[in-house]
Write a protein that binds this ligand. Structure first.
Ligand code: 5GP
Length: 205
């Protein structure tokens, strides 16, 4: 049986740039696969079914909740988002490293369900930076901006539950740091017991 892959969870406040960093990381690390989530929000221009998300109705999503099909799910600013459990488990069993790019409510659920995962909190360089990123995205009104900033404050307060914190000052730099985390995690003794046992057996005759 292949050594199980790593489950890497990339989370952080809305607007920190999780999606952009995750995309860059997938280009840099060919061993890494993205878990494609299900969502009830409508596709944005250019988004593709099965590539960015599986776009489903609210009814379909709620059925999947009842069937316990999600490793985690959450309502994020009015829409449901969830990680399909079976696909992730299958990829991990095949020895693939899987990344989830999810909101902090979901990350906390995965910590309980799969504590051997690698939990990375992506932090904006400053509050002012986060504010301007959300404004630049141009999709939020004043009320929604305030909501996101208040949520960010709460989410950062929970960051100590994660294994790593990475500041997203530059996409390339953040991507390098996360790549280094993944490489180091794969070399942990706790994840390489079989390799050590096989050597001990061989050398012992
Ligand atoms: P967007 O609608 O901009 O693609 O995503 C909105 C938020 O939902 C982002 O913070 C994104 O990380 C989060 N998100 C995407 N997929 C999932 C998921 O499967 N589970 C959870 N909990 N959050 C998700």
């Amino acid at each position: 049986m292949a050594k199980p892959g790593l489950l890497v969870v990339l989370s952080g406040p809305s607007g920190v740039g999780k999606g952009t960093v995750c995309k860059a990381l997938l280009e840099k690390d060919p061993q890494l696969v993205l878990s494609v989530s299900k969502t009830t929000r409508k596709p944005r221009p250019g988004e593709k079914e099965g590539l960015n998300y599986y776009f489903v109705s609210k009814e379909e999503f709620e059925e999947a909740i009842l069937a316990q099909d999600f490793l985690e799910y959450a309502e994020v600013y009015g829409h449901y988002y969830g990680t399909p459990r079976q696909k992730v488990e299958k990829m991990l069993q095949q020895g693939r490293n899987v990344i989830l790019e999810i909101d902090p409510q979901g990350a906390l659920q995965v910590m309980k369900a799969y504590p051997q995962g690698v939990f990375i909190f992506l932090l904006p360089p400053s509050a002012a930076d986060l504010r301007s990123r959300i404004i630049l995205r141009g999709t939020e009104d004043q009320e929604s901006l305030q909501k996101r900033l208040a949520a960010a404050a709460q989410e950062v307060a929970q960051a100590e539950k994660y294994n790593y914190v990475v500041v997203n000052d530059r996409i390339e730099a953040a991507c390098e740091r996360i790549y280094a985390i993944i490489q180091a995690e794969m070399l942990k003794v706790s994840r390489n017991k079989e390799l050590l046992q096989a050597f001990a057996k061989e050398v012992g005759g």
